[in-house]
Ligand binder design. Structure first.
Ligand SMILES: [Zn+2]
Length: 1020
């Protein structure tokens, strides 16, 4: 080995000037001999590590990653998966899980014992050094190991004779200025490695096709046999590295030059040996599959090897994947600089998605976007090697950014920034964001980690680009690459380059954008428009030559976030843009224009991520200037609503419906929103024409709702205020609802709400006395609910408690015309539901409901507990349902709006003072076409409902009631039009226990009979 040690020393002599002290990195060389036992799935190896300590510290220990031990029960990875409900590796049995065992470890010839600092996790093993290693000192570690990937792939894996060897050998832990970076492998965080030289002798079955980091110095990787373009010579690049040892091919074997044979014996029958070599890489990955097809090409000095699977001919083959890899390389070369290595190998791995390794990308598809992303990692992660555990954004955010720019260049005019900005700012507003710069294991969960380092990380780079400008951004990229290639990078390294090249102090921006989640909001303050030259607007005197206008604009910072703000002045014939640094609470900007300013806009390109764009505009008017937000009107539909990030959207829709009192009713509906979440208002004006009506009531009605005004912004809180005078009822309603979910997109979602509702019936020509008594109600409701998915179960639970007051014109006491009836009431409901799939085609669901009211006498009719479905207040929002003779409540139309006790076969007017009920459905899917619009899924259902009165009494029928039940079959179909999903349901309650109370009473008094009803909602 002395020659090898000399090689390491020589490398050190040439140590580049470049990054300033105290940067250093260790010198590492791996020599690995490994043999694959395909049947057992185990790679057995012996390894020598040559290590030189370039740090200023004396080392007393050395540590290795055994990454494959993450994919087995009991690891921190497996536990993180289980805690996040991806129960996978904790359930794995032998021989499916992965491992990496070490044994016979000797340091400088001395046997040493393993220490497991993260036990029971075994992804880190540490050894005490037999003697301290001073700065400048070297040591040798010899060890033997077994490695097996898992059958459930995750960045590695095996299936049959296919093996994706990602992190498969004991890999020395990075020692940097923070010490030994001994991190367990977690689902988030990936890798960090020392730059090293790798010499890997691989013994595999003769027919294997192998792709790997580095070049094959000797031996047959199998490419020739499966080359799909046989007339194109394969570029092995065997002679690329002048310092590589020399090997001689002897049959299927490779023998070091000058040696007679080799220790460990020659390659066996039916096997072959391949020797791989790479320098200046911090990891060595491999992929093996005898079924691989090979295609190769070159881009400049870089050989491109593509290995794809049978069946990939049309998606990977025919030059597609090689061409896309070359396109990506060309783009990245222009973005950063020259590729640092001789080759790139792109393989179609077992798992979907993609993972990057130096000189190698493991891809689940050959899409251009994936290839640009993963190959981009060869630059940010591979060549500019960040600590992914600590600063994942520095590679994921970076490569997401460059991928977006790649597509921006393909489609000029596109703005990739807006793709992520609205999503991330929405999370900020909801208080659900975490900073981009957290250590990976500290994120709430894997979703939050991904969102923070990929999308938030990408947004950071877009904002930096906006601050420094395109040309400077390009120089930052090139300088960063030039200075730091093949080194360990960090936020500090990148920031130093960005500040040096741009000449700007970027500390506030880096601090906020990476380490905080504060919101940004700038507003137009005062505006002074005048003729330049000092004359104020409105003075007499025509414009002299060269005289223009000057707008003085106050930029007010209302949020904690600070970003340079663009001030756009749009004048009659020209537009000018100025910028302020956005740091001060108030700053004045002067913008000259040639012609008279019409409109002033702050940050119309959204680069500050201003969450409230409604205070960013100023407009000149006839008499007065206006600060009205920008608004766009459109013709609305029922099914989709427009949403915009930078202005209000207001949709208008003419509507029409019918009821017996006012006949054909014509209306105009307007709904408005900003950002899909704020200033949501709904207005409906309608006029009963009296046409086709017996009563000929000509009423003008209104319904107004305001929701979530910007001024009341509160994370995950919905505020609603309604007022109306609609079809014989008037009233108002105020509701507050808060939704909480700890994790991002999964786990229990808890809702707490409170509402105050007033409803006064005043014209019984509209009202069905089966629903309403002549009394107004005012009630206060407190509600709580939780929904969750646990395993394959979807669960929901909801409860409410209401205190109310009923009154009429004769006062509170006489509200019901019943003597002595109290005006106050209480109303309580409780509802739980569960549903799950059974196999591919079956669904089962159940619901339990309890509702009761208090008071010695029955509560007013409209606030009783309804047996068949929704109560009158729940029906109020639906113009096709709420009034007598409306389209869905006409004679012989049997509509069912779910709610109440859900005894669907019965008259929807039935109500009582207290009931408990059970509902069940069993459904079989007959048709499923998830990409369809109408009839995406059709199912046949069997259902049954049963309810029991808690206290005697069925109001309005002069009848006592204890028990009701129904059962039948039904058909459901699910549809999606625009952004609206809905279900059409036809149920046949063939059996009802009290036929005279059924909704459809045609079969007379037989309990069994053909009855029907329909709905636009699932039963529960
Ligand atoms: Zn990535």
């Amino acid at each position: 080995m002395p020659t090898l040690l000399l090689g390491v020393a020589a490398l050190l002599q040439a140590a580049v000037p470049g990054p300033r002290a105290p940067y250093w990195q260790q010198d590492v060389r791996y020599e690995i001999r490994a043999s694959l036992d395909e049947a057992a799935g185990v790679l057995t190896g012996s390894q020598r590590l040559l290590y030189r300590n370039n740090s200023p510290d004396t080392l007393t220990t050395i540590s290795f990653h055994l990454h494959l031990n993450a994919f087995r029960p009991g690891s921190r990875w497996a536990d993180a998966d289980s805690m996040e409900r991806r129960r996978r590796y904790n359930d794995m049995k032998d021989p499916d899980y992965a491992f990496n065992h070490v044994r016979n470890v000797r340091i400088d010839g001395q046997p040493v014992e393993p220490i497991w600092p993260l036990a029971p996790d075994s992804t880190i093993v540490r050894f005490n050094l037999p003697a301290p290693l001073p700065p400048g000192g070297s040591l040798t570690v010899d060890l033997q190991w077994d490695a097996r990937p898992s059958t459930l792939p995750r960045r590695q894996g095996r299936r049959g004779r296919a093996f994706d060897f990602a992190q498969w050998y004991p890999k020395v832990v990075v020692y940097d200025r923070y010490g030994w970076e001994e991190h367990a492998l977690y689902p988030g965080g990936e890798f960090y490695g020392e730059f090293a030289t790798y010499l890997v002798e691989l013994d595999v079955p003769e027919d294997q096709v192998v792709g790997a980091t580095g070049v094959p110095l000797c031996g047959d990787p199998g490419w020739e046999r499966v080359n799909q373009i046989p007339d194109r010579p394969i570029q092995y690049r065997r002679d690329y590295y002048p310092n590589a040892p020399h090997y001689e091919a002897r049959g299927n074997d490779c023998v070091p030059e000058g040696a007679d044979g080799r220790t460990g014996g020659p390659a066996g029958a039916g096997r072959k040996r391949i020797v791989w070599y790479a320098e200046n890489v911090h990891h060595f990955a491999m992929s093996l599959n005898p079924q691989y097809r090979y295609e190769g090409v070159a881009w400049g000095n870089v050989a491109i090897h593509v290995l794809y699977q049978p069946g990939d001919e049309a998606s990977w083959g025919r030059g597609i994947a090689t061409g896309r890899t070359a396109t990506a390389l060309e783009w990245l070369d222009g973005f950063f600089g020259e590729f640092a290595w001789p080759q790139i190998t792109n393989v179609h791995r077992i798992e979907g998605g993609g993972t990057e390794f130096p000189m190698m990308i493991h891809d689940g598809s050959a899409s251009q976007g994936l290839i640009v992303h993963e190959l981009g990692h060869n630059y940010v992660m591979g060549i500019l090697a960040n600590n992914e555990w600590k600063e994942g954004w520095l590679d994921e955010g970076f490569t997401s950014f460059q991928t977006t720019l790649f597509f921006e260049r393909q489609q000029p005019g596109g703005d990739g920034f807006l793709g992520s900005e609205g999503f991330i700012t929405g999370l900020d507003i909801d208080g659900r964001s975490e900073p981009t710069s957290l250590v990976s294991q500290d994120y709430r969960d894997f979703n939050s980690y991904n969102t923070s380092i990929y999308s938030r990380g990408e947004v950071f780079f877009h904002q930096l680009r906006a601050i420094v400008g395109d040309e400077t951004m390009h120089r930052i990229m090139r300088t960063y690459y030039d200075r730091w290639k093949l080194k360990h990078v960090s936020e500090a390294a990148f920031k130093e380059v960005a500040e040096e090249v741009s000449g700007m102090d970027l500390s506030t921006f880096f601090g906020q954008a990476l380490h905080s989640v504060v919101l940004t909001d700038y507003a137009v303050g005062q505006v002074k428009v005048r003729r330049s030259g000092g004359e104020a607007e409105g003075r007499t005197g025509g414009p002299a030559d060269g005289v223009g206008w000057e707008s003085r604009v106050e930029v007010v910072r209302k949020g904690e976030g600070m970003m340079p703000v663009e001030v756009w002045v749009i004048a009659e014939h020209d537009t000018a843009v100025a910028r302020t640094d956005g740091l001060a609470a108030s700053a004045w900007v002067t913008v000259p224009t040639r012609t008279r300013p019409k409109e002033i806009l702050l940050d119309p390109r959204l680069r500050t991520r201003d969450w409230n764009m409604l205070n960013n505009a100023w407009r000149r008017g006839w008499l007065f200037s206006s600060r009205e937000p920008r608004k766009k009107h459109y013709l609305d539909t029922w099914f989709s609503e427009r949403r915009a990030r930078d202005h209000e959207s207001e949709g208008w829709l003419p509507t029409a419906w019918y009821n017996d009192a006012a006949g054909i009713t014509l209306g105009l509906r307007t709904r408005q929103n900003y950002f899909g979440r704020f200033e949501r208002s709904l207005g409906i004006m309608s006029v009963g024409t009296g046409w086709q009506s017996d009563h000929d009531v000509k009423d003008a009605d209104f319904f107004l709702r305001l929701e979530n005004p910007v001024a009341l912004r509160s994370p995950r809180m919905r505020q609603t205020l309604e007022g109306y005078n609609v079809e014989g009822r008037y009233g108002a309603r105020l509701e507050l609802e808060k939704v909480r979910q700890f994790h991002l997109g999964w786990g229990p979602e808890r809702t707490v709400s409170g509402s105050l509702t007033w409803l006064q019936p005043d014209d019984f020509r509209y009202l069905d006395r089966g629903y309403y008594e002549d009394a107004g109600t005012v009630e206060l409701l407190i509600g709580a609910g939780v929904t969750d998915r646990i395993g394959s179960w979807s669960l929901a639970f909801r409860t409410s408690a209401t205190g109310g007051l009923a009154y009429n014109r004769r006062g509170l006491d006489g509200a019901l015309g019943r003597t002595g009836a109290p005006g106050t009431y209480g109303r309580f409901t409780l509802e739980g539901s569960a549903r799950r799939g059974l196999g591919r085609n079956w669904l089962v669901g159940g619901r339990i409901y309890g509702g009761f009211t208090t008071g010695d006498e029955a509560v007013v009719k409209q606030r009783q507990i309804y047996l068949a479905g929704a109560d009158p207040l729940e029906q109020f929002g639906n113009p096709f349902l709420r009034s007598t003779g409306a389209l869905l409540v006409r004679p012989d139309i049997f509509y069912s709006q779910p709610g109440g006790a859900g005894l669907r076969g019965f008259d929807p007017r039935l109500s009582t003072v207290g009931v408990v009920s059970l509902n069940g459905e069993l459904e079989r899917t007959l048709l499923s076409r998830p990409r369809g619009k109408l009839f995406r899924r059709v199912g046949l259902a069997l259902f049954g409902d049963a309810g029991h009165a808690i206290r005697d009494g069925l109001i309005g029928r002069g009848d006592r009631l204890r028990f009701l039940a129904d059962a039948g079959v039904g058909l459901r179909a699910e549809h999606r039009i625009g952004e609206t999903s809905f279900t059409t349901r036809v149920d046949l309650p063939l059996l009802v226990s009290r036929p005279e109370l059924a909704q459809d009473t045609h079969p007379g008094n037989d309990k069994a009979g053909f009855r029907w009803e329909f709905s636009f909602s699932p039963a529960f």
